[in-house]
Design a binder for this molecule. Structure first.
Ligand code: NAD
Length: 573
C-alpha cells in the first residue's frame, strides 16, 4: 500500500458504483460472477458471497460452453442462454460473439421459432414491453414504465406472421428479443439502448386460444380501426418518449399490415420493415455475389419467385432498383421477374380475383399458370427464390430442370425455420449435380457431393439489420431509404472472398458476421453523410472510428480502479 495518497483514496471511493452488495451481483448488467476481484469483493460488500476462487471472463466462457453442450436439445440450450442473459449480460454477449456459428441457430432461427411456439414454457423474466389493444390511450404510460430513458432501437411485432409459423400472438415476443440480442452481439449496439415490444392485439390461432399456458390476450385478433389506432398511438408516443430519431424495426407482421404500415410510416418516422427491406438487402447481396460465379450481368437474369409476400416483394423491388441503377428502365427490369403465389403465377385479370396492390407491378400480361413447375418450364429462369414457407416446394423435378437450363443455377430457399425451407442444401446440390449456387434462410450443414464439399450460405437478414441499425442510431439517420439497403447489399457482397466462392458460399462465413456488420455500419455512415441523411453533427472525419466508439464492449467493468497491486488469488500469495 506504500505510496497511496488521500487523493487516490478519494478516487477509489468515487469509482465505486452506486449499487453495491448483493444487488451488484443480482443485476445482470453489473454482475461479473467470480470475476469480481478481491479488492472489489472487499470494498463493495460482496466478500464471502462468492466462492473464494477468481475466474476471469475467458474461464467463465469455457464453463458456459461446457454446460451448453451438456444440454440434450436446442430448446434447453435456448433457455440456458436466456438465463445467462438474465444473469450476466456481458458474459452472455461474449459467449455469443465468440461462438457465433454455434449460438446463432439457438438464439435465432431455427431454435427461436421453437422457443416462440413454446413461449409460455420458456418465459422466465420480463424482457421488453407488452402493449395490448386494451391499452389504447395509455401507451405513453406503459413506455414510461420501461426503466431506461436512452432507448435508441425498438423491435416491434404483433405476432401475426412469426417466421413461417404463422400467428403466434404474444408468443411472438421471442422474435424481438432475439433480433435485439443480435443487434448487440453482431453489431455492438448497446443492450441498454434496445427495447423489444409486443403489440398484443389478440390471436386467431385456435390452438393458442385454448392453450392454458398461453401468455397473451385470449381473444380474436383485432382487425378493425382500433388496430390502426393502437399502432398510430404507439408510433407517436415512442417518439415522445425517446425522440424522433428512435429506430423502430417492424418484424413479423402479417402482410396485410406490413406493407401498408411501412408505406404509412416510412417517411414520417425512423422505421423499416425487416421482412421486406432487410430480407431484400441480404438476398440482393447474394444475387450480386452469385454473378461472380455465373459470370452473368444482373440484367442477364430471369427470376422466378415462389411466394409473393413481404420477403419476395421486397427482394423483387430491390432487384428492380438495382437493375435501374445499372441502366435498365423499370419496365425492362420488371420483365425479368415472375412471381408465383398460393394461386399460381401472378397475372393481370386473374380469374380467381384481383391482385393486391403490392403485387400489381409484377403481374404478367399472359394466361394464368397454376403450378410452379410449369412456370419454370416456360421461363427457364436463371434463379429461383423461395419465400413461401412451403417446405419442399422446390421439388426434385424443378431442381433438375434448373440444373439443365443453367451451368450454375441460383437457388435460394429463404423460408424459415428449417422445416419450412423450399428445399434442403443436400437436395439443391444433388439434384443439380453440384451446379447450384445455393443459399437458405436457416443454416444447413455442409454437403459433400461427388467428393466436393459445399458450404452453403445463410441468406438471412441478420447479415443486414444489425449493421444498418447501428449506423442509423450512431449517425442519427431519420429516414431509411431503399438506397441504404442497396448500399448494405453491395457492401456485403464485396466481402465475399474468392475462397468463399470456391467453397460455394455467396455470403461471408457466419464466424465473420461481426466484422461484416461493422463494415456495413461504416459504409452506411459514409453514405449517409455523403447524401445528407445523417443528422449527427459535426460530420466526423473518420466514420469507422465513430462507429467503433459506439460499439458495446463485452469486457467487464472495473468497479475499483487498480491503483496498486493486490494479488487476486490468495492461494497464489
Ligand atoms: P408472407 O406471409 O408475407 O408471404 C408468404 C407468401 O407465400 C404469400 O405471397 C403467399 O401467397 C405465398 N404462398 C403461400 N402458399 C403458397 C403456395 N402453395 N405456393 C406459392 N406461394 C404460396 O411471408 P414473408 O414475410 O414473405 O415470409 C415468407 C417466408 O420467408 C417465411 O418462412 C419467413 O420466415 C421467410 N423469411 C426469411 C427471411 C430471411 O432472412 N431468410 C426474411 C424474411 C422472411
Amino acid at each position: 500500500m506504500a505510496g497511496k495518497t488521500s487523493t487516490q483514496d478519494e478516487e477509489e471511493l468515487f469509482a465505486r458504483p452506486r449499487v453495491r452488495g448483493i444487488e451488484l451481483m443480482r443485476n445482470p448488467t453489473s454482475n461479473k460472477g467470480m470475476a469480481f476481484s478481491l479488492k472489489e469483493r472487499l470494498l463493495l460488500g460482496i466478500h464471502g458471497l462468492l466462492p473464494p476462487v477468481f475466474l476471469d471472463q475467458s474461464d467463465q466462457v469455457a464453463i458456459i460452453m461446457e454446460n451448453f453442450y451438456r444440454w440434450q436439445n436446442d430448446l434447453d440450450r435456448y433457455i440456458y442462454l436466456m438465463s445467462l442473459q438474465d444473469r450476466n449480460e456481458k458474459l452472455f454477449y461474449r459467449v455469443v460473439t465468440e461462438h457465433v456459428e454455434t449460438m446463432m441457430p439457438i438464439i435465432y432461427t431455427p431454435t427461436v421459432g421453437l422457443a416462440c411456439q413454446k413461449y409460455g414454457v420458456v418465459y422466465r423474466k420480463p424482457r421488453g414491453l407488452y402493449i395490448t389493444i386494451n391499452d389504447i390511450g395509455h401507451v405513453y404510460d406503459i413506455l414510461c414504465n420501461w426503466p431506461i430513458d436512452d432507448v435508441k432501437t425498438i423491435v416491434v411485432t404483433d405476432g401475426e406472421r412469426i417466421l413461417g409459423l404463422g400467428d403466434l400472438g404474444s408468443y411472438g415476443m421471442g422474435i424481438p428479443v432475439g433480433k435485439l440480442a443480435l443487434y448487440t452481439a453482431l453489431a455492438g449496439v448497446h443492450p441498454d439502448q434496445c427495447l423489444p415490444i409486443m403489440l398484443d392485439v389478440g390471436t386467431d390461432n385456435e390452438t393458442l386460444l385454448k392453450d392454458p399456458m398461453y401468455i397473451g390476450l385470449r381473444q380474436k385478433r383485432e382487425r378493425g380501426p382500433a388496430y390502426d389506432q393502437l399502432v398510430e398511438e404507439f408510433m407517436n408516443k415512442v417518439v415522445k418518449r425517446y425522440g424522433e430519431n428512435v429506430l423502430v424495426q417492424f418484424e413479423d407482421f402479417g402482410n396485410r399490415n406490413a406493407f401498408r404500415l411501412l408505406e404509412k410510416y416510412r417517411y414520417k418516422f425512423c422505421t423499416f420493415n425487416d421482412d421486406i427491406q432487410g430480407t431484400a438487402s441480404v438476398a440482393m447481396a447474394g444475387i450480386f455475389a452469385s454473378l461472380k460465379l455465373t459470370g452473368k450481368s444482373l440484367a442477364d437474369n430471369r427470376f422466378v419467385f415462389q411466394g409473393a409476400g413481404e420477403a419476395s416483394i421486397g427482394i423483387a423491388e430491390l432487384i428492380v432498383k438495382a437493375m435501374v441503377v445499372r441502366g435498365l428502365t423499370i419496365e425492362q427490369a420488371v420483365q425479368r421477374i415472375w412471381m408465383v403465389d398460393s394461386r399460381g403465377l401472378i397475372v393481370k385479370n386473374r380469374p380467381s380475383g384481383g391482385v393486391t396492390e403490392h403485387k400489381i407491378k409484377f403481374a404478367r400480361d399472359q394466361k394464368p399458370i397454376e403450378k410452379l413447375e410449369d412456370v419454370i418450364k416456360m421461363v427457364k429462369p436463371t434463379a429461383i427464390i423461395g419465400a413461401s414457407a412451403i417446405a419442399g416446394a422446390f421439388t426434385e423435378t424443378i431442381l433438375r430442370m434448373m440444373g439443365k437450363f443453367n451451368d450454375r443455377p441460383v437457388i435460394f430457399a429463404l423460408s424459415n425455420p428449417t422445416s419450412k425451407a423450399e428445399c434442403t442444401a443436400e437436395q439443391a446440390y444433388t439434384f443439380t449435380e453440384g451446379k447450384a449456387v445455393f443459399a437458405s434462410g436457416s443454416p444447413f450443414p455442409p454437403v459433400t457431393y461427388k467428393g466436393k464439399t459445399f458450404y452453403s450460405g445463410q441468406g438471412n437478414n441478420a447479415y443486414i439489420f444489425p449493421g444498418v441499425g447501428l449506423a442509423v442510431t450512431v449517425c442519427d439517420i431519420r429516414s431509411i431509404t431503399e438506397d441504404v439497403f442497396l448500399e448494405a447489399a453491395e457492401t456485403l457482397s464485396e466481402m465475399v472472398t474468392a475462397k468463399d466462392l470456391a467453397e460455394g458460399r455467396i455470403y461471408p462465413p457466419l464466424s465473420d458476421i461481426r466484422r461484416v456488420s461493422t463494415s456495413i455500419a461504416v459504409k452506411i455512415a459514409e453514405f449517409a453523410y455523403k447524401t445528407g441523411l445523417a443528422y449527427h453533427q459535426p460530420e466526423p472525419g473518420d466514420k469507422a472510428k465513430l462507429i467503433q466508439e459506439h460499439q458495446y464492449k463485452t469486457d467487464y467493468e472495473q468497479f475499483i480502479s487498480p491503483i496498486y497491486d493486490w494479488p487476486n488469488n490468495p492461494a497464489k500469495i
